[in-house]
Design a binder for this molecule. Sequence first.
Ligand SMILES: O=C(O)Cc1cc(O)ccc1O
Ligand SMILES: [Fe+2]
Length: 445
Amino acid sequence: MTTVDRSVTDITGPACARDLAYLSGFGNQHVTEAVPGALPQGRNSPQKAPLGLYAEQLSGTSFTAPRQDNLRTWVYRIRPSAKHSPFRQVEAGGLAASPIANAAPSPNRLRWDPYAFPAEPKTFVESLFTIGGNGDVRAQSGVAIHMYAAARSMDREYFVNSDGEMLVVPQQGGLRVATELGVLAVSPGEILVLPRGLRFKVELPDGVARGYVLENYGQIFRLPELGPIGANGLANHRDFLYPTAAFEDRDEEVRVFNKYLGNLWVSDYDHSPLDVVGWHGSLAPYKYDLSNFMVIGTISFDHPDPSIYTVLTSPSGIPGTANADFAIFPDRWLVAENTFRPPWFHRNVMSEFVGLVHGTYDAKAEGFLPGGASLHNCFASHGPDRETYETASTAELEPRKIDNGLTFLFETRLPVIPTAAALALPTLQEDYDAVWDGLQRHFQG
Ligand SMILES: O=C(O)Cc1cc(O)ccc1O
Ligand SMILES: [Fe+2]
């Protein structure tokens, strides 16, 4: 076992080193032990599990889900997770769940300036603030979109979300996330996906951290089909990194918060819930460095649909119509001839939440800032702002590299209903529509 540097972490196992070890491969059946011999050989549930551990199965899909979609993990832990006292409901803070109460959601386009850090330092979980949602948390369909702005590491407090898997997009500051299945460290430019039902805590190596969360109530994220693109490209399997087993052997009072059907509950435990010494399976948290995304684009003309930038998708059951897509607009060359190169003007039955990790976005010359966001719901007219239109429709079309920003898109089948709190944020831009003012009539008749 690797020596533990307790100034950095109190988690035991190979992953406690400063350079965390990861297992690679999207959806693989990973096998990992923090202590050699923790995993039983040849069976999952022997009469007595090795090293005095308890065997437990974590099922992320129904037992009978088709083999290719089936996600489950066997964990071997110090105590079974069943050993805990009842949960009691607590204040949910800025967290809300779908359906979001709003009798008359407006068709207007919305845009926010960067999300502000709260005056009181909060943990990742305490700081979660719901922008909006769709579908129904109780029906396990739809999404919620949250911001976080944390300035306090979680210690002796853990979180489990029974409502959805969480796709975390760090925008400022890294996160060190200790989970039941090991530790993951992520920085802006990477994403993290935490499965529904997994216990974890979030530490802040940079002191503060801000970012976006897409909470997926629906089918678990998978890689998109590639169709005529072929067997390779976009996000490649081997760039998805899973943690190696690591555990906390901590017999002391801790609190475990559980988001359950939109409400927040807490239970007192007399030990850390991160006590898994070995695990094997396919249901696990993972991270992905967005700079590994192999971008496809036109080498002739026209601006393709942004679905070519899909990193992960959660299908809805309607063919080709996602409960949620996560797409990015990373560094890439633009070479299209006789083409208006930025995103075109459009109206879309799907709803679009766009955020910015750093830099600028090629559809918006002004007013769209890192840590900010826009929401263009079902059929809201949008596209390049006036300045972008004027520049791009007259520019000399040399090959040009876009390397000055990282924008992402949460696209979802149903309108995202904003929470009253999100609409009351002082960062909501009152004059967003003005970005399309002054677009001139050129038609001569
Ligand atoms: O609206 C947006 O900013 C996202 C977007 C980008 C693009 O290249 C094409 C369509 C689209 O909705
Ligand atoms: Fe759009």
